[in-house]
Design a protein around this ligand. Structure first.
Ligand SMILES: [Zn+2]
Length: 269
């Protein structure tokens, strides 16, 4: 499932061919993904110039000179391809630029979404209004202490809550908790001050490393299939059940809130 680093590298890849370009055609090849494509998507985007791209949590943003922003979410299985020759079964949205570059949104499971919003009203969009701050900026140890104070929910559940911090998913929560040596089952309010300081540094660090890894594959992102945002990742605990931890312990998998949690019971306390 695409997490924040994949969305960030996708946005950076799209920016290389979209930023500053005029959109000359938009074709939705079906009516919906998770929800319907905006009926006026083609009309409002065709002829518009892209003025910038961005990301909010796990949403990609494409801004135009008509004060519209196309907001996309990759859901479980979405990805963009650039200049892909053959159309595939799950290619649901095609965008072409004035340079003849072709962008294709593919989403086999269709849990993704595409919305078109007024740029100046983005913050008012209900999905955005409910989000906490980005994990890559303002989250400090003091901020975490204040949010977690008195909370008995497991620290992992608190980090997964998009209202607390936006954009963190299962993979990078597991990785950050391992790096900060925090037991994912521990009550959020019981995590020590020193460990929360460590966590505040570990969260942006694991995300930045993943984005950097994606960025290094992005240099030649026109791969045979031109797919953006997916890259080999080297996780310390995620999907590493039974493998050794550098501390000498063994990575365990448990289920929390219906999701797999990977952690090392020896060094994560
Ligand atoms: Zn360990």
């Amino acid at each position: 499932m695409p997490e924040l680093p994949e969305v960030e590298t996708t946005v950076r890849g799209l920016a290389k061919v979209l930023d500053g370009r005029r959109i000359v055609s938009v074709e939705a090849r079906r009516e919906d993904l998770r929800r319907a494509f905006p009926p006026d998507l083609g009309q409002r985007l065709t002829g518009a110039r892209v003025t910038g791209l961005g990301r909010r949590a796990k949403y990609g943003l494409i801004h135009t000179d008509r004060d519209d922003t196309m907001v996309f979410h990759l859901g479980m299985s979405g990805s963009w391809r650039i200049d892909h020759d053959a159309l595939e079964k799950h290619d649901h949205l095609l965008i072409e630029t004035d340079e003849g570059r072709r962008l294709t949104l593919n989403d086999p499971r269709r849990f993704g979404s595409v919305d078109l919003l007024r740029t100046d009203a983005l913050d008012e969009w209900p999905a955005f209004r409910a989000l906490g701050p980005e994990p890559t900026g303002e989250v400090t140890g003091a901020w975490l202490r204040q949010k977690f104070a008195g909370r008995t929910a497991p620290v992992k559940a608190m980090l997964m809550d998009q209202r607390v911090i936006a954009g963190l998913g299962n993979i990078y929560v597991c990785e950050a908790l391992h790096r900060a040596r925090i037991d994912p089952r521990k009550a959020a309010g019981k995590v020590s001050r020193a460990k929360l300081d460590g966590l505040a540094g570990a969260i942006p660090a694991v995300l930045a490393e993943a984005i950097a890894a994606g960025g290094s594959t992005l240099k030649d992102f026109v791969q045979p299939d031109g797919e953006l945002g997916y890259f080999a990742k080297d996780f310390a605990v995620y999907d590493c059940e039974g493998e050794p931890c550098p501390c000498g312990g063994t990575v365990r998998r448990i289920v929390q809130g219906g999701r797999s949690t990977f952690f090392c019971p020896r060094c994560q306390r």
